[in-house]
Write a protein that binds this ligand. Structure first.
Ligand SMILES: Nc1ncnc2c1ncn2[C@@H]1O[C@H](COP(=O)(O)OP(=O)(O)OP(=O)(O)O)[C@@H](O)[C@H]1O
Length: 645
C-alpha cells in the first residue's frame, strides 16, 4: 500500500477524520497514515439446509446492508456473540466466499480490492496457526524467507528483519523456544499470539486484520497485545480487529468503534464519542461501568424493548438522507437515522462516485515473491525438521515393521519344498505380507489432515504454491516412513522363510513390496487430502482396502465371481502385489511329494496368472498406475480445498 495513496485518501476523507477520530488520531492521519478501508451496502448471505434431512437450501442473511469507513489507527468491531463481527472482518479482508456477497463493495484507498492487494495486507487468525515443533525465531524466519522477495532482500536482510520483529514484539527471551504442540510444552499464550502477529509484520503491511486477538488470553496478556497493536497503529498502520468484550484499559485505546448487532451496525464512529451517542438516544452509562459491558447490555435490553414495539419498521427521511428502514433491530434503525450514519453515507457517496455497481476488481493473479524450487526447499526443510523433532510416528512405523517382519518369518519359518506345505505356505505368506504392507500404511491418512489448518492459512497468505507443499510433504513422508521401513520389513522374513536364494529374486521381491506400499500410501494420501477429519478418513480408507483384499485372488476365486462384480479385481492392489510376488518366487521352482512332482509354472497356470516377463512387469505397471492416479487426484483435492470461510 503506497504512502502516497494513503496520504491522498487522508485528504479526501478529511471530513471523516474530523467527524470520527479523536485529536491524537487526527494528528496521526496527517503525519503518516495507513490506508483507508471503506465498504458500502454490504449484504452477505450463507446457505443453510432447510431441515436436518432436507435437500432444500435457504439463504440466511448474516450482514444486512452495512457501510463504513475505517482510517489509520485502531478500528475495533465489537458486538455480542453471533452479531456478525467476524463475518464483517472477513468480508472486508476478502476471506469470505465471494458467492455469498449479494451486494456491496470494499475499497482500499478508493480502489476495488484485487488479489495482490489482498496478499499485501495481513490477517491474523483467531486460533494461532504456527508450526509447533519450530522455535519462535524459526517460524518468523520461515515467513520472512517465503514472503520477502529474493530480488529485494538478501539473506542477511531477512535475518535482520526477523531480529527487528523479535525485538519490536518483545519476543527476545523466548526467541529460541519452541512454539509447542499438544505433546510439547512451548511458549505462553501471549507469546504465541505475538509470534502470530510477528509472522504477518514480517512483510511490513500497512493494513492489518485480526480476528479476536485477545480471546483465550488472560486480561494482562490481552492488555499487552492491545498495547502492542496500539503502538503499531501509531507507526502508520490501519489495524482492524474484532473483539468481544474488552476491559476498559483496552477499550480506551480504540480510535474507531463499529458496534454490531444481529448483522447490522448500531454505531460506527469515534470510540470516545460512542457513550455520548447512546446517551443522546436514551441509554445512559452508569458511572464506573465499563463502556464495553454497557454496549452489550443495551443490545440485550434493546431486544426486550423491541419485542414490545410494533412500529419500528418505517421509512423516514432524516437530515436529507433517504433511509429505507427494513430492520427490526431498534438500535440499528436509530443509527441509520443518526447524523453520524448520514455523514458516513455522504462520504461514501463521494468516495465511490466513479465506481459503477457492475465494476469488478481486476482479476490479476497474485504472484509469489519466491520461486517454486526455493519454496520446495524451504517447505521440505521444515517438514524434515518437524519429523526429526517429532519422531514418534517414524519410530513406531519402523518398530512395527521389524516386529511384523520377525513374526511373519517365525510363522513361515524355513518353508520346505515338499507339497502341500511348499505352495500353501508360500502363497499364504505372500498374502499375509501384502496385507501387512497395505494396512501398515493406514497412518498415512494423517499427512494432510494434521496440517490442514496451517496449509489453508499459509497458502491463502501467499507463502507458497500448493504444488511445492504437496511435493515436499510427499517426499518427506515417503522416505523415512514408507520406503526405509519397507526394506527392513521385506528383508527380515525373506531370509527367515528361505525363499529363492537369488539376488535378482530378492531385488524384485523388494521392488514389489515397495510398489505395494507406495500405491497403498498414495490412496491414503488421496483420502487425507479429501476430508478434514480422522474419523471420516479412517472409514474412507478402510472400505477400499477391504474390498481390494476380497478381490485380491486369495480369498475368493475371481473366475467364479459374478461377472458384473469381477471388474473390481482390476483395481486391487492386493491382486497385483500377490501375483507379482508369486511369479517372482514360484517361476522356475519344483515342488515334490512322495507321489507327485509339480512346477511353479503349473500352479501359476492353474491360477490363470500370466508368468511371462511382461506378465510379471504388468503388475508393477498397474501398481505404478494406481500410485500416479491417486497422487494426481490427491494434488487436485488439495488445490480444491477452499481457502475462504
Ligand atoms: N457459514 C455459515 N453458515 C451458517 N451460519 C453462519 C455461517 N457463518 C456465520 N454464520 C452465522 O452468522 C452469524 C454471525 O456470525 P459471526 O461468526 O460473524 O459472529 P461473531 O459476532 O463473530 O460471533 P462470535 O463472537 O461468537 O465469534 C452467526 O449467527 C453465525 O451462526
Amino acid at each position: 500500500m503506497s504512502m502516497e495513496a494513503g496520504a491522498e485518501t487522508g485528504g479526501e476523507t478529511g471530513g471523516e477524520c474530523e467527524a470520527s477520530v479523536d485529536s491524537e488520531s487526527a494528528a496521526l492521519c496527517s503525519q503518516n497514515p495507513g490506508p483507508c478501508v471503506s465498504f458500502y451496502n454490504v449484504r452477505y448471505c450463507v446457505k443453510e439446509r432447510a431441515g436436518l434431512f432436507s435437500f432444500k437450501w435457504v439463504e440466511k442473511e448474516i450482514l444486512k446492508d452495512v457501510s463504513g469507513i475505517m482510517n489509520s489507527g485502531m478500528n475495533a468491531i465489537m458486538g455480542p456473540t453471533g452479531s456478525g463481527k467476524t463475518s464483517l472482518l472477513d468480508v472486508i479482508a476478502g476471506r469470505k466466499d465471494p458467492r455469498g456477497l449479494k451486494s456491496g463493495k470494499v475499497l482500499v484507498d478508493n480502489a476495488l480490492v484485487t488479489s495482490s492487494l489482498r496478499l499485501s495486507c495481513a490477517y491474523v487468525v483467531q486460533n494461532d496457526v504456527l508450526m509447533g515443533t519450530l522455535t519462535v525465531r524459526e517460524n518468523l524466519a520461515f515467513s520472512a524467507n517465503l514472503r520477502l522477495s529474493l530480488a529485494e532482500y538478501s539473506s542477511s536482510d531477512k535475518a535482520m528483519k526477523v531480529e527487528s520483529v523479535i525485538k519490536e514484539l518483545g519476543l527476545t527471551d523466548c526467541a529460541n523456544t519452541k512454539i509447542g504442540t499438544e505433546f510439547l510444552r512451548g511458549v505462553s499464550g501471549g507469546e504465541r499470539k505475538r509470534c502470530s502477529i510477528g509472522m504477518e509484520l514480517i512483510t511490513s503491511p500497512s493494513l492489518l486484520f485480526l480476528d479476536e486477538p485477545t480471546t483465550g488470553l488472560d486480561s494482562n496478556t490481552a492488555n499487552a497485545i492491545i498495547d502492542l497493536l496500539h503502538r503499531l497503529s501509531r507507526s502508520g498502520k490501519t489495524i482492524i480487529f474484532s473483539i468481544h468484550q474488552p476491559r476498559y484499559s483496552i477499550y480506551r485505546q480504540f480510535d474507531h468503534l463499529t458496534l454490531m448487532n444481529k448483522g447490522e451496525i448500531i454505531y460506527a464512529g469515534s470510540a470516545d464519542k460512542a457513550l455520548t451517542y447512546f446517551e443522546e438516544i436514551g441509554y445512559k452509562c452508569e458511572p464506573f461501568n465499563n463502556p464495553a459491558d454497557f454496549f452489550l447490555d443495551i443490545t440485550n435490553e434493546a431486544f426486550s424493548l423491541q419485542a414490545n414495539s410494533s412500529n419500528s419498521d418505517k421509512a423516514e427521511d432524516i437530515n436529507g438522507c433517504e433511509l429505507m428502514l427494513v430492520s427490526e433491530n431498534a438500535l440499528a434503525v436509530k443509527y441509520r437515522q443518526s447524523p453520524q450514519c448520514c455523514s458516513v453515507i455522504q462520504q461514501l457517496q463521494e468516495l465511490t462516485e466513479g465506481i459503477k455497481p457492475e465494476d469488478k476488481p481486476d482479476s490479476d493473479q497474485a504472484s509469489y515473491p519466491t520461486t517454486f524450487c526455493y519454496q520446495l526447499m524451504l517447505v521440505s526443510t521444515r517438514t524434515v525438521k518437524n519429523i526429526l523433532r517429532n519422531p514418534q510416528t517414524s519410530y513406531a512405523q519402523l518398530f512395527l515393521n521389524i516386529f511384523f517382519g520377525i513374526l511373519v518369518g517365525l510363522i513361515y519359518y524355513q518353508i520346505p519344498h515338499t507339497l502341500p506345505e511348499a505352495l500353501q505356505n508360500r502363497t499364504g505368506a505372500f498374502f499375509f505380507l501384502t496385507i501387512n504392507m497395505v494396512f501398515g500404511n493406514l497412518s498415512a491418512v494423517e499427512l494432510f489432515i494434521s496440517e490442514r489448518v496451517l496449509f489453508i492459512h499459509e497458502t491463502s497468505s501467499g507463502y507458497y504454491r500448493t504444488s511445492a507443499y504437496f511435493l515436499s510433504k510427499v517426499f518427506a513422508d515417503l522416505l523415512p516412513n514408507r520406503i526405509l521401513p519397507v526394506f527392513v520389513f521385506s528383508a527380515i522374513p525373506y531370509f527367515m522363510m528361505a525363499l529363492k536364494p537369488e539376488v535378482e529374486a530378492f531385488f524384485l521381491y523388494c521392488v514389489t513390496m515397495s510398489m505395494i506400499s507406495l500405491s497403498a500410501v498414495s490412496l491414503a494420501f488421496l483420502v487425507s487430502a479429501s476430508v478434514g477429519s480422522f474419523a471420516m478418513a479412517n472409514i474412507l480408507i478402510a472400505l477400499p482396502f477391504v474390498f481390494m483384499m476380497v478381490f485380491g485372488g486369495f480369498l475368493v476365486n475371481l473366475n467364479s465371481m459374478l461377472s458384473w462384480m469381477s471388474w473390481l479385481k482390476w483395481i486391487s492392489i492386493f491382486r497385483y502385489g500377490f501375483n507379482a510376488l508369486a511369479i517372482n518366487e514360484l517361476k522356475g521352482q519344483e515342488f515334490t511329494s512322495n507321489y507327485t512332482r509339480m512346477t511353479g509354472e503349473m500352479y501359476l497356470d492353474n491360477q490363470e496368472i500370466d508368468y511371462s516377463t511382461w506378465g510379471f512387469w504388468q503388475n508393477q505397471v498397474a501398481l505404478m498406475g494406481i500410485m500416479c492416479v491417486c497422487l494426481l487426484l490427491a494434488y487436485v483435492q488439495l488445490r480444491r480445498i477452499s481457502r475462504l470461510k
